[in-house]
Write a protein that binds this ligand. Structure first.
Ligand code: TXA
Ligand code: MG
Length: 321
């Protein structure tokens, strides 16, 4: 049974965060499990609640471009150009860290991941708490990210100190992560800020599909092959011809794709990628329940925002059937 509601208010959340507690907060991408980024004990609580390995570093959330220099240093002009263009918004920049950022936040890396979230409640909470907030997605490690306060309550409700309900997340998938390697911008995780949008500001950018495994040093562990998997098998791809679908197979459709199975839910009947992204995790949460045995997902074009959708679905998919 969920302990929620009552949901935590913005001022309660700020007070809890300042005193070293951990609180789930809404952002425009997914809900984050926030703690004071400068407090190693709060960071340890985040890792413990999620069951997240400490080699997977956190994103630090700030409220203004001015405060970027408090958490990062040697910031390249291209990073400022992207910040000016897309903050507040679903873009995370990986930059050399300031010494005040604890090793636990960065898993010992010399870089820190930073973003300014667009959700007004997230901004209010950061401003009230007056500290940068470390916040990974508010889900159990490897599980599907939450896009509603109810998703958080189901996965983490009894393990954390509060949940602020800001309604369903507008974007629906995690932020685009960009790092700068030898002066070149590299996308470590695709998101709503697409490669074309980034290129329109700073020129050429490469998309890096890293596939690190747990236990290895990794550049962006959210890029693990088996991230985001629901509990029941989800399959994204062309089914082998002779494959017999389990009896309680449900189909997550996209647009007007035809199939031998009726659509159980449709990410976007008009094949709108923004709408599909906003629905993706909520629909996976909804289908990931008994008596369903198997989730089949329609193909989605791998362009623009579809790049992020394909990335998440490929990782969520069982690899062999
Ligand atoms: O939209 C988002 O980014 C959400 C909301 C809550 O802001 N947060 C989120 O956090 O998705 P999380 O922890 O689920 O994903 C953070 C990703 C991980 O893949 C992590 O490896 C990567 O950011 N990351 C963090 N610090 C990094 C660093 N210094 N270098 C490279 N990757 C880093
Ligand atoms: Mg995550």
């Amino acid at each position: 049974m969920s302990l929620y509601p009552p949901w935590t208010s913005v001022s309660e959340a700020a007070a809890l965060l300042v005193s070293g507690h951990i609180v789930a907060i809404p952002t425009e991408t997914v809900y984050g499990l926030a703690g004071n980024a400068l407090d190693p004990l709060a960071l340890a609580k985040i890792f413990a609640a999620k069951g997240r390995p400490v080699f997977d570093p956190l994103i630090v959330h700030i409220a203004s471009i001015d405060s970027l220099k408090d958490v990062a240093q040697n910031i390249p002009p291209a990073a400022y150009a992207l910040a000016e263009a897309f903050w507040p918004g679903p873009l995370t920049l990986v930059l050399p860290k300031q010494p005040c950022i604890p090793d636990l936040a960065t898993s010992g890396l010399f870089t820190v991941a930073v973003r300014i979230p667009e959700h007004p409640l997230a901004q209010e909470i950061i401003l009230k708490a007056e500290v940068p907030l470390a916040a990974p997605s508010a889900n159990l490690f490897k599980h599907v990210s939450p896009t509603t306060a109810e998703h958080v309550a189901t996965q983490l409700g009894d393990k954390i100190d509060g949940i602020v309900n800001g309604g369903p997340c507008k974007v629906g998938v995690e932020s685009t992560i960009v790092s700068f390697e030898n002066g070149e911008a590299v996308i470590l995780r695709p998101g709503a800020i697409t490669p074309a949008m980034i290129e329109s500001v700073i020129g050429k950018v490469t998309l890096k599909r890293s596939t690190s495994n747990p236990g290895e040093a990794m550049l962006s562990p959210g890029s693990m092959e088996t991230h985001y998997q629901p509990r029941i098998p989800l399959y994204y791809g062309t089914l082998p011809e002779k494959f017999i679908l389990p009896q309680n197979t449900v189909r997550l459709a996209f647009g007007q794709t035809t199939s031998r199975l009726p659509a159980t839910l449709n990410l976007s009947k008009t094949a709108n990628l923004i709408e599909a992204t906003a629905h993706l995790y909520a629909y996976i949460h909804e289908l990931d329940t008994p008596p369903h045995e198997f989730i089949l997902v329609d193909p989605i074009p791998n362009e623009g925002l579809g790049i992020a959708l394909n990335d998440r679905l490929q990782r969520a998919s069982v690899k062999k059937i």
